[in-house]
Design a protein around this ligand. Structure first.
Ligand code: NAD
Length: 261
């Protein structure tokens, strides 16, 4: 339980990869702030389960991260509850698949706000406390799409490349303060985000569901297997260890070999 006494805030943690980070960090004893949307009863059950895992506390914020004021309120709530955030995981994200000429501008704005700009706001609120403590871990869930592009995903690829650049920049700024900043870049992970993009990809590429899974998603992943949320979360936990204190400004692939090609 090497995270006992520390607090981790994970954005977009009511589902998928974010929930896996929350469980993995709770298992190491951290207080947890979960965030995201979903069924209120299910979220409350997850929150309680996190507390059972470690005997520490877990609180929930329903902040919509496309709204800077809501992010500020969430960070203030976390500071009031726990004194501040030691581990910040910028994980919330969404996807939309369409050719550039048909890409709805409101989807572009949503993806840039959620997948990129929200990280700027969480970081700017979290850093003063981390500097005071001379310890902090900032982790962004980027994507193989922070390193390589795919057609029909302009907003997502742009936002994830931006997140990788943002992370490198803050890694340099915070290097002498005991604070590391890194990205983890998964390939395809079987979560609701992936499942939800299958119908649009079927339309954009005129393909069947099976062909989207095998010829689009797993075709680019040399292992031909989906990554699991737990495999992503385990890297996040490692980045919190003292052994990872010199890992900063990195963008760690967990993509079955996708970006090695
Ligand atoms: P998911 O859809 O399971 O989870 C997304 C989370 O974000 C949910 O908790 C949701 O409620 C929350 N969320 C959505 N809109 C929000 C908003 N406006 N404000 C606050 N929270 C909001 O998706 P996932 O696959 O677990 O994705 C998590 C992260 O991993 C994303 O940044 C995604 O881009 C990235 N990623 C996913 C994959 C993949 O294959 N699943 C691959 C690479 C990167």
């Amino acid at each position: 339980m090497f995270l006992q006494g520390k607090t981790a805030l994970i954005t977009g943690s009511t589902s998928g990869i974010g929930l896996a980070y929350a469980k993995a960090m709770a298992a190491e004893g951290a207080n947890i702030v979960i965030n995201g949307f979903g069924d209120a009863d299910e979220i409350e059950a997850e929150r309680k389960a996190l507390e059972v895992l470690n005997g520490a506390r877990a609180v929930y914020s329903d902040a919509d991260l496309t709204k800077p004021k809501k992010i500020e309120d969430m960070m203030k709530m976390a500071a009031d509850e726990f004194g501040g955030i030691d581990i910040l995981v910028n994980n919330a994200g969404t996807q939309h698949v369409d050719p550039v000429e048909d890409f709805p501008p409101e989807k572009w704005d949503l993806i840039l706000a959620l997948n990129l700009t929200s990280s700027f706001h969480t970081v700017r609120h979290a850093v003063p406390y981390m500097k005071e403590k001379k310890w902090g871990r900032i982790i962004g869930t980027a994507s193989a799409h922070s390193k390589a592009a795919s057609p029909f995903k302009t907003a997502y690829v742009t936002a994830k490349h931006g997140l990788a650049g943002f992370t490198k920049t803050i890694a340099l700024e915070l290097a002498e303060h005991g604070i590391t900043a890194n990205c983890i870049s998964p390939g395809y992970v079987w979560t609701p985000l992936v499942e939800n993009q299958i119908p649009d990809t079927m339309k954009a590429r005129n393909m069947s569901r099976e062909d989207v899974i095998n010829k689009v998603m797993l075709d680019g992943q040399p292992t031909k297997e989906f990554v699991t949320p737990e495999q992503v979360a385990a890297i996040g936990v490692f980045l919190c260890r003292d052994e990872a204190a010199q890992v900063t400004g990195a963008n760690w692939s967990v993509d079955g070999g996708w970006t090695a090609e």
